[in-house]
Design a protein. Structure first.
Length: 300
């Protein structure tokens, strides 16, 4: 009975850190692209329990590679496959908002549930889905919070005691209040009206709670940057002295990052959920704690 970790190439650095914490072997899965766009996937030796680490940003090729890897590992003798997907793709489309649209959350959930026995992710975009278990029928699933890791990093790097933890919209309230509670700071959530992918209006009904104070914007996913930029401008208008931002999943480009800085944001830090130039908050401890039961199960 054995446990090992394998990862897609783009996640190797972070996967190796988790494997080291768990004290299990690590192997990078080989992915070769042919000229016509098809791929060949080569896994390492299968363990009884094999943990596959794959952050699913830019997901289309990765989902195919993941399915191929699962097939090879099962055939190689893996009895249990655990997917660690720090960023879980296609969760935002949880309903058909317009006639003819596919519900990508449902399709992706069923696809992964057929490949693996457990999914572990962080702050999945489940705003209209009450429980991640409904996304992955018939298998174990865990939606971890990044807030313990974020609060630990913020304590180490230091934070002004007058800082207001700021959420850019109503959906951010759960993690904003969680982080504020951990750091014993106040929090405030803005009101957002979205007019398009990058057209967003943000306002604060009570500016007295941000005037003359540092502000820390906290968001789960930043892709186009429209919401966080609008939030920063509203904070500046409301009298915030300094604005920083912390993001769980950083999906934005370097150009959008420049726009965020231009909007008044002094610094932007993200977790290691997606490999990104703003990564500053490791998640290896969070994942190691969540996966300890897999190690314990093998020892029994």
């Amino acid at each position: 009975m054995s446990v090992a970790m394998q990862s897609l190439p783009s996640s190797s650095r972070d996967a190796a850190a988790v494997a080291a914490r768990l004290g299990v072997p690590f192997h990078e899965i080989g992915v070769h692209a042919f000229p016509d766009g098809e791929i060949r996937v080569t896994v390492g030796p299968a363990s009884t329990t094999t943990i596959i680490y794959a952050s699913l940003d830019r997901p289309n090729d990765k989902l195919i590679a993941l399915m191929f890897a699962a097939e090879a590992l099962r055939r190689g003798g893996a009895e249990r496959l655990v997917l660690v997907a720090p960023y879980l793709c296609y969760m935002r489309q949880d309903a058909a908002f317009h006639e003819g649209e596919a519900i990508s959350q449902k399709v992706t959930g069923l696809l992964l549930a057929r490949c693996v026995d457990r999914v572990v992710t962080v702050d999945a975009h489940l705003h209209r889905t009450p429980d991640i278990a409904t996304v992955f029928p018939g298998i174990q699933s865990d939606n971890l919070s990044a807030m313990p890791a974020i609060s630990e990093t913020l304590r180490k790097t230091g934070l002004d005691a007058a800082t207001a933890i700021v959420g850019p919209d109503a959906e951010s309230l759960p993690w904003v209040s969680n982080l504020a509670g951990r750091l014993h700071l106040s929090h405030i959530v803005a009101r957002k009206v979205r007019r398009g992918d990058r057209s967003v209006a943000v306002e604060f009904q009570d500016r007295t709670r941000i005037a003359g104070r540092p502000a820390l914007i906290v968001d789960d996913i930043v892709s186009s940057g429209g919401t966080i930029i609008a939030c920063a401008k509203a904070l500046t208008a409301g009298g915030a002295t300094v604005i920083d931002a912390v993001v769980t999943h950083a999906l934005f480009s370097a150009e959008i990052c420049k726009e965020m800085i231009a909007s008044g944001i002094r610094s932007i830090r993200s977790t290691h959920s997606v490999p990104h130039f703003t990564n500053a908050i490791p998640l290896d401890g969070l994942f190691a704690d969540a996966l300890k039961n897999e190690i314990a199960g093998m020892a029994q």
